[in-house]
Design a protein around this ligand. Structure first.
Ligand SMILES: NC(=O)c1ccc[n+]([C@@H]2O[C@H](COP(=O)([O-])OP(=O)(O)OC[C@H]3O[C@@H](n4cnc5c(N)ncnc54)[C@H](OP(=O)(O)O)[C@@H]3O)[C@@H](O)[C@H]2O)c1
Length: 276
């Protein structure tokens, strides 16, 4: 597709969403960078302008669907569903159901509601792209991420059905599956998982933590990931699922069921002896 018309990005206050908003503006889209606190975007328009881009900030909280319609323009070429949250890394038996509700409210229901309101606007523009940001964690069955991973899996299935519905209307659906990207969300995950507080789960939690802390050079800067996301949005021949970083790409390249099962077994079999 041509980089023209309006692109709306959710969760553009920081992290990946902010980088994608700036990148899409630099490519030529007229960007609406949406966020919960518009003051977080005070410098965004000026930043976009330094790269010759056009960007404006608008309020949008994806959990307040009745008010989200205000942020949507009459015609839309690209919707980037980026806003996302995670929750405490707890064993399933200990995770309060309200944690699940909170994660699904933002990552699933908010995304679905905004998308369904955006489709007529994409049609009015003659077609476009819905880009859903899920996670490469879908390809890595680690413990204590069940609510987050289940929410992203729901979006993944939603995207497949949506694609089957709207492709004949000229609307492409893209699922970006990031690996570790250098953002607040990733920084927040560099902690001992809460599950370590339960003796039955401590070994697995510490192993998970070791894996997280060994990411090192595998972390990709958000602007670099944003460039790959913009490339995929503009590529009419892009597959449904794409990576935006080297680790995510390696995982996506090894998605046959045996490889995913192998990663699960490697985790389960490799749980280290108890630490004191
Ligand atoms: N970073 C990674 O390694 C990684 C890996 C895999 C997938 N992802 C996915 O990539 C996306 C971006 O993550 P990130 O790393 O950039 O995270 P982040 O730094 O924590 O930023 C999350 C963004 O989502 C926004 N948000 C949260 N709840 C919202 C709501 N109800 N309405 C509107 N915006 C809301 C936040 O807004 P506030 O500033 O108002 O809180 C913020 O702008 C997420 O979907 C995440 O799951 C990230």
């Amino acid at each position: 597709m041509e980089a023209a018309g309006i692109a709306l990005v959710t969760g553009a206050s920081r992290g990946l969403g902010r980088a994608v908003a700036l990148e899409l503006a630099a490519r030529g889209f007229e960007v609406i960078a949406t966020m919960r606190r518009t003051a977080d975007g005070d410098s965004l328009a000026a930043e976009a302008a330094t790269r010759g881009g056009r960007l404006r900030v608008a309020w949008l909280d994806v959990t307040r669907p009745d008010e989200t319609a205000r942020a949507l323009p009459a015609t839309l070429r690209v919707l980037v569903n980026n806003a996302g949250v995670e929750c405490a890394y707890l064993p399933v038996e200990c995770q309060p159901i309200d944690d699940w509700r909170g994660v699904f409210e933002t990552n699933v229901f908010g995304l679905v509601d905004l998308t369904r309101r955006a489709i007529p606007r994409l049609r009015a523009a003659g077609g476009g792209v819905v880009c859903n940001v899920t996670s490469s964690s879908l390809l890595s069955p680690v413990p204590f991420y069940s609510a987050y991973r289940a929410s992203k899996a729901a979006v993944s299935s939603f995207g497949e059905s949506l694609l089957a519905e709207v492709s004949r209307l000229g609307i492409r659906v893209l699922e970006v599956m990031p690996g570790p990207i250098d953002t607040d969300m990733l920084a927040g995950s560099a902690r001992e998982p809460e599950a370590a507080g339960w003796p039955e789960y401590r070994d697995a939690a510490l192993r998970l933590h070791d894996g997280r802390m060994s990411l090192g050079d595998l972390v990709t800067p958000a602007p670099e990931a944003a460039r790959r996301i913009a490339d995929a949005i503009l590529d009419d021949d892009s597959p449904l699922r794409v990576a935006c970083d080297p680790l995510g790409a390696a995982m996506l390249g090894a998605t046959d069921p045996a490889a995913v099962e192998g990663r699960l077994r490697a985790f389960v079999d490799g749980i280290a002896p108890k630490r004191s």
